[in-house]
Design a protein around this ligand. Structure first.
Ligand code: OAD
Length: 253
């Protein structure tokens, strides 16, 4: 692992056009469970019953009760971990252009990342399904669910349900960054949900190095990614940020 971290640090230090693609795995060590694998959310509830837009339209009360309310409680307690902070450091040093995240937890911004593309939206915001009024999740009274807007419309999280499109401006920017980067760091994603999962393919096809950070191999490993740094994100990304920082005096001088 040490050798691969040193190699990745050299590749990151040598570019100003790196991009990170992150998934639920980066926030596990912040106390947020993943979707798949042991302890994953989709082991407990069926995503087609609680995370599909048709399920929400059919029975918003059920989706609020089984998914949204619980997720809000978990997210409210979560704080960034060294992996989120490591990516913010790489951006501040001028190597990482942006983070494209599938997460809806806002932890990258809390850690100090400035350019974050929230591919699947953000749970901290709600939007009325009729008048589109937006408000912070904590402003809502959840004594009765689903919560309703003054206009009578139901509030929904400002995020992407299964069966919905990625906001076109986010998709376009993510594709543009992926096709234009020199290094893509893929952290904590099972790379199974499209269109996010095709971004590393875009990067690879355009000639970028694709580096994975994940304790487990993914469908990208050995095919799309150049190598996998096998380990927990907090340890690996923190070590990467420190190694890139340590390389800088040599580069700057
Ligand atoms: P998943 O839950 O599918 O995958 C989590 C990944 O994190 C797995 O590959 C794990 O091996 C890895 N992992 C576990 N512990 C880790 C650690 N400490 N450090 C780094 N990685 C670790 O999550 P996503 O790939 O983000 O979409 O899932 C993609 C999308 O599927 C989500 O955005 C969500 C979900 O359904 C929607 O809800 C639209």
């Amino acid at each position: 692992m040490k050798d691969l971290i040193a190699r990745a640090a050299r590749e990151l230090a040598a570019t100003r056009r790196a991009v990170a693609l992150t998934g639920a795995g980066i926030s596990i060590e912040s106390g947020i469970p993943p979707f798949r694998g042991p302890g994953g959310l989709w082991e407990k509830v069926d995503p087609m019953e609680v995370a599909h837009i048709d399920a929400f339209r059919r029975n918003p009360q059920k989706v609020w009760a089984l998914l949204i309310r619980g997720m809000q409680t978990v997210l409210a307690k979560a704080a960034p971990n060294p992996a989120h902070r490591g990516l913010a450091t790489l951006e501040a040093l001028g190597h990482l252009q942006a983070v494209i995240t599938q997460n809806v937890d806002g932890l990258h911004q809390q850690a100090g990342s400035r350019d974050v593309i929230e591919f699947h939206g953000n749970f901290a915001w709600q939007r009325c399904m009729i008048c589109e009024r937006r408000c912070r999740s904590e402003e809502l009274d959840l004594a009765t669910i689903p919560p309703r807007c003054d206009c009578g419309g139901i509030y929904r999280p400002d995020c992407v349900f299964f069966g919905e499109m990625i906001p076109p401006e986010h998709l376009a920017r993510a594709q543009q960054l992926s096709a234009g980067c020199q290094v893509m760091l893929v952290v904590g994603t099972s790379a199974t949900v499209h269109p996010a999962a095709m971004l590393p393919h875009l990067a690879r096809n355009a000639g970028a190095r694709v580096i994975e950070v994940n304790p487990e191999p993914t469908p990208l490993t050995g095919t799309v990614s150049d190598y996998l740094i096998s380990g927990p994100a907090s340890k690996v990304v923190d070590a990467l940020a420190s190694a890139v920082t340590a390389l800088r005096p040599t580069l700057d001088g």
